[in-house]
Design a protein around this ligand. Structure first.
Ligand SMILES: *Cc1c(COP(=O)(O)O)cnc(C)c1O
Length: 375
């Protein structure tokens, strides 16, 4: 790797981050009790059009808290995409509930909504919507199904700050939604996450689940088990500064996406992100690319070739039904989701962080053109 290696993600931290962090140090408020936490919860949940925000230690914890708050437990089934991050399945399997998988669309990379209904059984308790890589899932038909079968809806909006579905913010759909603030997300707090909901009772339960399930009336007495998922004032300080720039960041992501598409659209054999659907404009959380069937190479080989060009990249997620840990447990035996499997083997993304310069994007495009000639 040379000195000019272009990292796959670099966050932009040149707003008020330092100023607010210094305030934490100067005032001594560094724990989860500090005043920035509530302010960040209020402002972030407001961007998602939600009444309550419960900040937690990361996006995975947000999913765990959300699923547990809904009362999902042993033997309950939760429908979700096969192609996603393990956090989604883990939030369910940790409670001894069962993820029920659905294949993904080869062009939007999201769950095939029209295959959900066939997966509903008497044990189905919820559907987990996971918006992936920049386009939202087609939410309306999922909400209609949930109504018809009386199911809960959990929305994983980890990659969707600032994105909308038919003009309404992602993070506002279903019973409960979650965000991540990992550094490759549109808004970062280093590590961090949030559960948002309009339901007062659910919000109350999430607050308890975030904090070891201390009973409200007496401390140190516990009727339930959860974990320590608290979020610190230091994280909130960074988050507040980031949130001030949400619109600018969303616009920047979209401009980066348009730039890449313009410069890469002539390369044969690459399926580029869908720019828009009738329900959303792509926000290009990361700029994903899928290799066409005519290309023999898989995403790992492309990743290696890009690295030789000094370009960082990541392969797409690996499917849940192909996870060794779940196979060992006997889950998903004999199941196959061909398009999801294809995406996991043929999809990758190129540098997409908010700190990326136009010059770097140009280098990425030139490198990718050279790689394309070699495959
Ligand atoms: C990043 C991400 C998560 C997990 O968030 P962490 O903060 O890394 O735990 C969950 N779901 C999706 C879709 C994500 O992209």
């Amino acid at each position: 790797m040379n000195m000019h290696f272009i990292p796959v993600n670099e966050p932009l931290l040149n707003g008020n981050e330092k100023k607010y962090l210094c305030e934490c140090i100067d005032t001594g408020w560094i724990s989860s009790e500090g005043p920035f936490v509530k302010e960040f919860e209020q402002k972030m949940s407001a961007t998602a059009g939600r009444k309550h925000g419960i900040a937690v230690s990361n996006g995975t914890a947000a999913l765990e808290v959300a699923v547990q708050a809904l009362g999902i437990g042993e033997g309950d089934e939760v429908i979700m995409p096969a192609f996603t991050i393990i956090s989604c399945a883990m939030a369910v399997t940790k409670l001894c509930a069962v993820p029920v998988l659905v294949d993904s669309d080869i062009y939007t990379w999201n769950m095939k909504v029209d295959e959900i209904e066939a997966k509903i059984t008497p044990r189905t308790k919820a559907i987990m919507i996971v918006h992936l890589y920049g386009l939202p899932v087609e939410v309306d038909s999922i909400l209609a199904l949930a109504k018809k079968y009386d199911l809960k809806v959990i929305e994983d909006a980890a990659e969707m700050h600032g994105q909308t579905y038919r003009g309404k913010p992602c993070g506002s759909f279903g019973d409960i939604s979650t965000f991540s603030f990992y550094p490759n997300k549109h808004i970062t707090t280093g590590e961090g996450g949030m559960v948002v909901t309009d339901d007062d009772g659910l919000a109350e339960r999430c607050r308890m689940l975030r904090n070891l399930c201390f009973r409200k009336d007496v401390r140190y007495i516990h009727d339930e088990i959860s974990d320590n998922y608290r979020f610190t004032n230091l994280q909130a300080a960074v988050g507040l500064a980031q949130l001030e720039r949400l619109e600018e960041f969303a616009e920047r992501k979209r401009a980066m996406g348009r730039y890449y598409t313009e410069r890469l659209k002539d390369i044969e054999g690459l399926i580029l992100p869908v720019a828009q659907t009738d329900y959303a404009d792509n926000i290009y959380w990361v700029y994903g690319i899928v290799l066409d069937r005519q290309i023999k190479a898989d995403n790992r080989e492309i990743q290696k070739l890009l690295a030789e060009e000094g370009i960082g990249s990541r392969t797409f997620f690996w499917c849940m039904h192909e996870q060794p840990v779940y196979r060992k447990q006997g889950l998903f035996k004999g199941e196959s989701y061909p398009d999801a499997e294809y995406l996991a083997r043929k999809g990758f993304y190129i540098p997409s962080g908010l700190a990326l310069t136009t010059e770097q994007m140009e280098q990425v495009c030139e490198g990718l053109h050279r790689v394309a000639e070699r495959i």
